[in-house]
Write a protein that binds this ligand. Structure first.
Ligand SMILES: [Zn+2]
Length: 111
């Protein structure tokens, strides 16, 4: 497992326990985007991904049919980083900054 994932999973384990369907993820992306005043990413509804998520440079996100809130936050953070700092998709310092901000905001959806 990648270092960032390990750090992330240890820091915000409770988000992994909340199941989110792909169609419901769209609602979270819209809420996150409204809060951070950016356009929401698009979700690829035909993706055949089995686990995890993937963010593409054309602002599309691939998710499996059922995922969890942690993955939704993670993929949104890639979109957030890309719009804010340019198209950098790796797990760098800027990404971790956006990731923290998104997790902090998303805490309200844990209940
Ligand atoms: Zn990532």
């Amino acid at each position: 497992m990648n270092q960032v994932y390990e750090w992330e999973h240890n820091k915000w384990p409770e988000f992994r326990k909340i199941e989110v369907t792909r169609s419901h993820s769209v609602k979270y992306f819209k809420k996150f985007a409204r809060h951070f005043k950016i356009r929401p990413p698009l979700v690829n509804m035909t993706s055949r991904k089995r686990d995890g998520g993937q963010y593409w440079s054309d602002e599309y996100i691939d998710l499996p049919m059922v995922t969890n809130l942690g993955t939704v936050v993670h993929e949104f953070a890639h979109h957030f980083t890309a719009l804010k700092f340019g198209r950098k998709f790796h797990h760098n310092k800027k990404f971790r900054h956006c990731l923290k901000q998104t997790y902090t905001f998303a805490k309200r959806y844990l209940k």
